[in-house]
Design a protein around this ligand. Structure first.
Ligand SMILES: Nc1ncnc2c1ncn2[C@@H]1O[C@H](COP(=O)(O)OP(=O)(O)OP(=O)(O)O)[C@@H](O)[C@H]1O
Ligand SMILES: [Mg+2]
Length: 156
C-alpha cells in the first residue's frame, strides 16, 4: 500500500520497530514508553512527545484488540515522526464510521477490561497532523499517522 512518507523514507532517519503479537496487551505501553524515551533524548518538546506516545498506544492497542497480529514502525526524521502500524486481521469495512467518536465493535470482555469507548481513532486523529487508514476486510489494516516537527518542537 502507498505510504504518505515515501519522500521521508529516502532521508536519514531513525527507525524503531516492534512486533505486535496476538493478545499482547502489554506491547502498546512498552512501545509507547520506549519511543517516548528516545524522543526525549533527541530533545523533542513534551507536547510532541506526548502526542506521538498517544498515537502509538492507541494504534497498537487497536491491533491487539481488533486484529490478530502486526508490526509497529516509528520513523523519525528531523521534520516529522511517522507512526505506522500494519496488521493482519478482520479489517475495517467502513473507515469513516470507525473514525467517529464512540463507535466501537469491541466485545463485552474487552469493554470489561476498560477499552472499547470508541475513542482511539478520534484521539489519534487529534494528536496527528496527517492520518491515513487503509483497510481490506478479511486481510488487514495499515494506519499511518504523521506528526510534523517545527523548530519550536525541538529544544536544541
Ligand atoms: N486495526 C484494526 N483492525 C480492525 N478493526 C479496527 C482496527 N482499528 C480500529 N478498528 C475498528 O474501529 C473501531 C473504532 O476504533 P477506536 O480505536 O476508535 O475504538 P475502540 O478501539 O473500539 O475503543 P477505544 O480505542 O476507545 O478503547 C473499533 O471498534 C474497530 O471496529
Ligand atoms: Mg481503540
Amino acid at each position: 500500500m502507498n505510504h504518505l512518507n515515501e519522500e521521508a523514507e529516502s532521508k536519514p532517519q531513525l527507525k524503531l520497530e516492534f512486533e505486535i503479537k496476538e493478545r499482547d496487551f502489554s506491547v502498546a505501553g512498552e512501545a509507547a514508553s520506549k519511543v517516548k524515551k528516545t524522543l526525549q533524548q533527541l530533545g523533542l518538546m513534551p507536547e510532541a512527545v506526548r502526542n506521538i506516545a498517544i498515537i502509538i498506544y492507541e494504534a497498537v492497542m487497536n491491533v491487539v484488540i481488533h486484529a490478530t497480529h502486526g508490526q509497529l514502525k516509528v520513523i523519525i526524521i528531523p521534520e516529522q515522526v511517522t507512526v505506522l502500524t500494519e496488521d493482519e486481521g478482520i479489517g475495517i469495512s467502513n473507515v469513516e464510521l470507525a473514525m467517529k467518536e464512540g463507535y466501537s465493535t469491541a466485545p463485552l470482555e474487552i469493554r470489561e477490561m476498560g477499552f472499547g469507548a470508541g475513542m482511539g481513532l478520534p484521539n489519534i486523529k487529534q494528536c496527528s497532523h496527517k492520518l491515513n487508514v487503509k483497510s481490506q476486510v478479511g486481510v488487514g489494516t495499515v494506519l499511518e499517522a504523521i506528526v510534523y516537527l517545527s523548530s519550536k518542537d525541538r529544544k536544541s
